[in-house]
Design a protein. Structure first.
Length: 485
């Protein structure tokens, strides 16, 4: 068969040969963000080529294994146990700490939220509308969990440094509260919440407390060892009952591995789901997935054993050196300010009084080939400093200066493309309208018969460009808003 047949949206009548298939996938992959050139400041946690090769080999060894049945795959049982134990030790947990390896930060958070809900239902049956109290900067995985498990997530405002305010969280605690959550640190601005003070609330109100260290779990322990002043946030803090830490972020594992650890079985046990009347036999499930791939677990174990403390410390040092250089560079630009008070190699920045427009600057950076993560409340650009970014920090700063010069020289420029989408979205006061429009974009992305292929759509269109009617409506609405103000 020729390669063109691979574009048909049907299983081919006759199977294609492996070479053509791999070429096709590689071809598709060419459209992806050039993360190896340091163009992405999120998403890919790549330590170095040797480490990458090891992860792939470890992954391949258990590629076909299935943790659905741990008795059939004792290897996975051992690896999970050891990954949890290594993580617990790194987080200063005692020997009572137990946990699971899940498929990622989101699954760890879903599991924690589910487990605490089950626990509350058992211990406090009078609570029929369970609530969880969080700072506003908490990750959307908690919203997802709340939606899935019928919980109400109450979000407290954060301070001007983007840090949780325990007093504001306390105001949201009531008789329906079942759990407190906070971040170490928050993803958008890299800010560490005051875990010890929130833990004091947890003790005072006898609530469990989950710390989301998905991004910081495998970074903050090394920063502390390197002498950075990091307030205590892990299992040393009395009142913290569980922690999520992603091996597939700064643990430098392969995608699909996160640790959820609790201070004891009293918490973990509520997360187990059993079906005793299934004709296929008694079915037990410690996590959310049914079939659980063994590859990511093997790679997680391999990553931790391969890097070792010395490897993690070295990477942490390099990343912080990079982050400090980047921060200094940003702060040397008069119109730029760093948002909040980041505790690790996550930096978000914006323009003072939005002059020039930060989203116009974002557009310019995108034109220069950078992948730009635009954020809102406040409007800013997110940078997680990754090993792949280290060689391009100077280039980024000089492109940023040019982008700012352009934006300053063109005050009439308005944010275009994706920037328009995010920019306009951030500026719409009615969040209901934002929600409606975003759902429309998703519906379109998933609509039947829509298969973007490189041949049919050579240039990648931004979401805004592929929704011109929608963008038109939005900008008319915004100009109307401006007029009535
Ligand atoms: C990445 C992240 C998550 C979610 O993890 P996924 O692996 O993307 O599902 C949750 N919380 C924080 C703080 C994160 O950085």
């Amino acid at each position: 068969m020729n390669t063109q047949d691979l574009h048909d949206h049907a299983i081919p009548a006759v199977g294609a040969d492996p070479k053509a298939i791999l070429e096709h996938i590689s071809h598709l992959h060419e459209q992806d963000v050039a993360w190896k050139d340091g163009r992405a400041w999120s998403l890919i946690y790549y330590a170095n080529e040797e480490h990458e090769q090891l992860l792939q080999q470890a992954h391949r060894l258990l590629f076909n294994s299935n943790f659905l049945n741990p008795f059939a795959f004792k290897s996975l049982q051992t690896l999970e146990h050891e990954v949890v134990a290594m993580t617990a030790k790194m987080l200063h947990g005692n020997e009572e700490v137990v946990g699971v390896v899940s498929s990622g930060g989101t699954e760890s958070i879903l599991l924690a939220m589910f487990s605490y809900r089950q626990r509350a239902a058992k211990l406090y049956p009078s609570i029929t509308r369970p609530e969880v109290v969080a700072p506003a900067t908490i990750h959307p995985a908690f919203d997802k969990a709340a939606t899935l498990f019928g919980l109400t997530l109450r979000k407290a405002p954060v301070d001007e440094n983007r840090r949780a305010i325990p007093g504001r969280m306390e105001k949201l605690i009531n008789k329906n509260s079942i759990l407190l959550v906070a971040s170490a640190p928050s993803y958008p601005n890299g800010v560490l919440d005051p875990i010890e003070e929130i833990a004091a609330l947890a003790r005072q109100y006898q609530l469990p407390f989950h710390v989301d260290a998905c991004v910081g779990g495998f970074m903050l322990p090394w920063l502390e060892k390197l002498g950075h002043k990091i307030p205590k946030w892990d299992f040393r803090v009395h009142g913290v009952s569980s922690v999520s830490a992603d091996v597939h972020k700064f643990g430098f594992g392969a995608k699909g591995a996160s640790v959820l650890a609790y201070t004891g079985m009293d918490y973990l046990k509520h997360q187990f789901i059993l079906t005793t009347d299934f004709p296929g036999g008694i079915y037990v499930s410690p996590t959310i997935l049914g079939t659980r791939p063994g590859g990511p677990l093997a790679a997680a174990w391999a990553a931790m054993k391969h890097l070792g403390e010395n490897g993690y410390l070295q990477l942490a040092q390099q990343l912080m050196d990079g982050a400090n250089k980047l921060r200094k560079g940003l702060e040397s630009i008069a119109c730029i300010e760093v948002v909040g008070d980041p505790c690790m190699n996550i930096i978000s920045y914006t323009t003072r009084n939005n002059r020039p427009d930060i989203f116009v600057v974002a557009d310019q950076l995108e034109n220069k080939g950078w992948m730009v993560d635009r954020q809102q409340f406040p409007e800013c650009i997110h940078l997680t400093v990754l090993p792949t970014n280290l060689p391009v920090i100077d280039e980024y700063l000089s492109d940023l200066k040019e982008a700012i010069a352009f934006a300053e020289a063109h005050p009439e420029a308005t944010a275009k493309g994706n920037a328009a989408l995010y920019g306009l979205m951030a500026r719409i006061p009615f969040r209901g309208m934002v929600e409606k429009n975003v759902v429309k974009i998703l519906e379109e992305m998933y609509s039947a018969g829509k298969f973007p292929t490189p041949e049919k759509e050579p240039e990648q269109k931004s979401i805004a460009e592929s929704n011109p009617a929608w963008m038109g409506r939005l900008s008319r609405f915004l100009s109307w808003l401006k007029r009535i103000k």
